[in-house]
Each structure stands twice: as C-alpha cells, then as structure tokens.
Ligand binder design. Sequence first.
Ligand code: HEC
Ligand code: HEC
Ligand code: HEC
Ligand code: HEC
Length: 449
Amino acid sequence: MKRMLSACLMLACGLVLAASSPSTAVLPNASPHQSVGTVNCASSTCHGAVAPWTGSTVQQNEYTTWSRLDKHAKAYAVLLNAQSRSIAAKLGLKQGAENAPECLDCHSHNPPPALRGERHMLSDGVGCEACHGPADKWIRSHTVPGTTHAENVANGMYPTEKPVEQAKLCLSCHVGDNSRFVSHRIMGAGHPRLSFELDTFAQLAPAHYKIDDDWHKRKGDYDSVRLWAIGQALASKNQLDALADPKRGRDGLFPELALFDCHACHHPMSEKKWTPRLGVGPGRMRLNDSNLLMLRAIVRATDPNGANAFSDQVTQLHQAVAGNAAAHGADPLALASSLSATIQRYIGKLEQQRFTPALQRAVLAGLIDEAKRQQFSDYAGAEQAYMAISSLSSSLAKQGALGGAAGVADMNRKLAALRVTLANEEAFKPDLFAKGLQGLSRTITPQVN
Ligand code: HEC
Ligand code: HEC
Ligand code: HEC
Ligand code: HEC
C-alpha cells in the first residue's frame, strides 16, 4: 500500500460492453513460440520514438515510456539489490536471485532456454514479450500495413486487450498462479507481501497506450469497473486453486501460509483483535478473504438471485477451513474447488456484464454495508475496499454521476481521509476505517440533476 493508494478520480476509461469471445490464449511464459528480445522493439521508427507520433494508431514511443518510467523495466535490477541478496541468502539460493528461476519467473521474461532468441536478455526485466507474447511469429508481419490485431493474435501475440486475459496475465505475477508464486517461505525471507488490484494498477503503470476511438475500433470496448470485477473474481479463483492444489497448498504439516491473512498470525499477543465476522470462533486461522469480500459485493449487485447461495458457499469454506462444527466435517479442499468452479461461471458472466452507474452505486452501497457488518477488520480486506471505492468512484465521476465538481471534491476529500487510516499496516484500526467508509453513503446516493 504505497503508490497504489494515490489512484484518484482523474483516470481515463470508456464504458461500453465488450464483444469479447471466450479465449484460451496461452500466457506468454507458457507460449511455444520464440522470444526475440525487447531490443527488437526499440528502434526510433518502431516503438522507440521520444514522443508519441501523431497520425499513428499507436503511440510509437512505448519502449521509451517503458524503459524510462515503467517499474517492469527495473524488475530484473531489483534482483541485484541488497534486499534480494538477503532474500536469496536466507533461502539458500546459491546461484543468486538473478539466476534463480524462483525469482526470474516474475522479475523477468524467463522462457525455457530453447525458446530464447539470440537477442533475448533476462536483464531486460519484464519486457514487451513478457506481456505481449513471444514475437518470433509476428514481429515482421505486425508492421505490414493492413495486418489486423486478430491476425497478430493468431501468430502468437497475447490478447492483452481482453479483460479476462489481461487479468490472467497481470495476476499471474502480482498474485501468483500455478506457474509462479510467492510462497510464505519467500515472504519469510523478506519478500514484500503482494497487494494488487487490476484496475488501480493498470492506471498506475505509466501509460504506453491510449484507449481512444481508434483503440475501440481495433480492439473493442473498455470498462474499468468490469476490469476491477474480473480482477477480483480471478484473484479469488487463483487463491482457491492454490489452496486446493496438493503441490502448492501444503508445506510440511501446514497449509501454504501466504493464502491466509498475514495479521491473523503476525500481531502482538496483547492485542485482542478477534471478531466473530466469519462465523468461526477465536483462535482459528482465517483465509485472506480480501478478494472474496469484493466478489461477494459484486455478485450481490449483479446477480441478486444467486447472492445468498454464493455467500453461503464462502461461509461454508471459512467454517470448514477452521474446522467448525457447523461445517459437519466437510472437506475444505473440496469446498475450495467447488467455489472455484462457481467463480469460473461468474467470470463468464462478468465478461458480458455492463456496469451502469446504478450498478456501480449498488456495488459501492454493498461495500459500505459490509463495513457496517465489520467485515473489513483485516487490513488486506480494507485495502481492497479502498482500491475498489477509488476505482468505482472514478468511473462514476467520469460519467458525471457523482454530483458534478462538488460531488467529486467531496469524494476526493473522503477518500483521502480513508487512506490515512490505511497508512500503517501494522497499526491498522478497523473501526476508524469502517467509520470513514460509512461516511461515504451520502456521497454515492444518486444525484438529481
Ligand atoms: C509470483 C511472482 C514473483 C516471484 C516468484 C518473485 N517476486 Fe519479487 N515481486 C513481485 C512483484 C509483483 C513485486 C512488486 C510488488 C508491488 O510493488 O506491488 C515484487 C517485489 C519484489 C521486491 C521489492 C522491490 C521494490 O521495488 O521494492 C524484491 C526485493 C523482490 N521482489 C525480490 C524477489 C526475489 C529475490 C525473488 C525470488 C526469491 C522474488 N522476488 C520472487 C513478484 C514476484
Ligand atoms: C506489464 C505488461 C506490459 C508490458 C511490459 C508492455 N505492455 Fe504494451 N500493453 C500492455 C497492455 C495491458 C496494453 C493495453 C491493451 C491492449 O491494447 O492490448 C498494452 C498495449 C500496447 C500497445 C497497443 C496500443 C494500441 O493502441 O493498440 C502497444 C503498441 C504496446 N503495448 C507496445 C509495447 C511495447 C513496445 C512494450 C515494450 C517496450 C510493451 N508494450 C510492454 C501491457 C504491457
Ligand atoms: C512477468 C511478471 C509480471 C507481469 C506479467 C506483470 N507484472 Fe507488474 N510488476 C512485476 C514486478 C516484478 C514488479 C516490481 C518491479 C519493481 O519493483 O521494480 C511489478 C510492478 C508493477 C507496478 C508498479 C507497482 C509499484 O509498487 O509501484 C505496476 C503498477 C504493475 N506492475 C502493473 C501491472 C499490470 C497492470 C500488469 C498487467 C498488464 C502487470 N503489472 C503484469 C511483474 C509483473
Ligand atoms: C499461520 C500463521 C502465519 C500466517 C498466516 C503468516 N505468517 Fe508469516 N510467519 C509465521 C511464522 C510461524 C513465521 C516464522 C517466525 C520465526 O521464525 O520466528 C513467520 C515469518 C514471517 C516473516 C519473517 C519474520 C522474521 O522474523 O524473519 C515474514 C516477513 C512473514 N512471515 C510475512 C508474512 C506475510 C506477508 C504473510 C501474509 C501473506 C504471512 N507472513 C502470513 C506465521 C504466519
């Protein structure tokens, strides 16, 4: 919770429904194609211009933006710093972090050696091909006038414009998936806790592309709220899949601790902070439910008829994880798998979902309701709620649905106050956060023009 909290109400977005078709694109790190290297994109007549070109469909200065401003370009360099050296030493990685697949898989584009072209360099960090896919089969053809985006994708370009595919890509490194993961062992050695929200981070990354009319024409629609919602659903699913996977969900006698709320364990014993919010007794482990909390509010607003069943499924999982009598001995891993399947169905629905201002307000109201029911007593949940509110309200502001300049100023003031309550993770006071959130009720009620 450092820079991500600076997201404010000035972000750009469109709002029409995407004509997306389900796709089974392979992530760049699992592609069968060869990676040619970021340097191939860097010429000043390709993507290395110093300023955006006028009259071109794309900016042409993407490489310049990435190399100068984007943290992804520095992701490999991080592996050489003192923090990484200390992590590697504690983990016993003798070859050093910069040579360890455990680190390179996320801090660089690390395809198998046979698929690295002559100019591919691990030291380029998270370069163009880490997100846009190995370019061997499209590097030449994609510059030929008349080539369509669909043709590029057929040649191995990754469809970053599709919300579900974009979410899969970003979350694979920022939350972890079955190909890469920051385990509690890595965190115990000093890796920062991963905290991510797709829409906020998409806005935070220095923009090397512009969602304009021309983009819509070539790539379809863009809805920042839908991106947020899909990000929440997929993050929940990734977490449940990791929990249910015998290879990733176990560590000796224990489950993988990175899937649980960090401060369930990491807080002073004198601090009595147990609350009954999950329906499980004191002294139990609790899953990190920050994404599931967001998803519950999304389901309640978009699928009122299915909301209770979804909520029950989440509660059953919590109770089974805690070994509660109410769970009647249900297998938590089987419940995690079935909840994951439910979420997969919701992802399909969300892909087609149009988030009208009324629906966005309903989600916001749902989050405020969760605050009334003391559901944000864990820091990670509160942090997600903050990013959600910031994301939803900036979308409402953009549509003029937040009561004009005065409404936007009011929201910005309240968001700033809410943010103060999140400044120090270790000293987080849930009551202050909940109070601040409830103070938003009036700001989001429909404005009569
Ligand atoms: C699953 C992907 C993943 C793996 C595996 C991973 N990291 Fe990271 N790491 C990240 C992400 C994402 C961030 C950025 C977190 C943020 O700023 O939100 C990060 C941040 C860091 C930071 C802090 C960087 C900064 O700018 O403050 C260090 C240091 C680091 N990682 C080192 C390592 C080392 C060493 C390894 C191997 C033992 C490793 N990482 C493995 C994804 C990963
Ligand atoms: C962290 C992931 C990531 C990295 C790294 C990255 N991009 Fe992108 N890029 C995106 C996303 C997301 C979009 C927006 C969706 C889209 O247009 O497909 C995008 C869009 C683009 C576009 C399309 C703009 C348009 O109007 O259609 C170009 C061109 C582009 N990137 C080039 C590059 C180049 C060149 C590099 C390397 C210097 C690079 N990108 C690195 C994620 C990334
Ligand atoms: C191959 C792994 C990988 C992928 C894919 C990836 N990232 Fe990252 N991202 C990282 C790492 C590692 C860092 C940390 C780099 C550092 O600290 O220097 C990072 C940092 C960031 C930051 C800076 C965060 C901060 O604390 O300042 C943003 C924003 C970001 N990523 C957004 C995205 C988005 C949006 C996508 C998807 C379009 C994406 N990333 C895809 C690995 C990845
Ligand atoms: C089930 C309880 C539990 C959970 C949940 C948990 N941890 Fe830990 N953590 C531990 C234990 C036990 C240790 C080892 C403490 C020791 O060696 O003294 C530890 C060690 C650590 C350390 C190293 C501390 C040191 O003294 O060197 C860090 C950092 C850490 N955890 C971060 C996290 C983060 C981040 C999360 C959440 C993603 C998390 N932990 C979740 C129990 C937990």
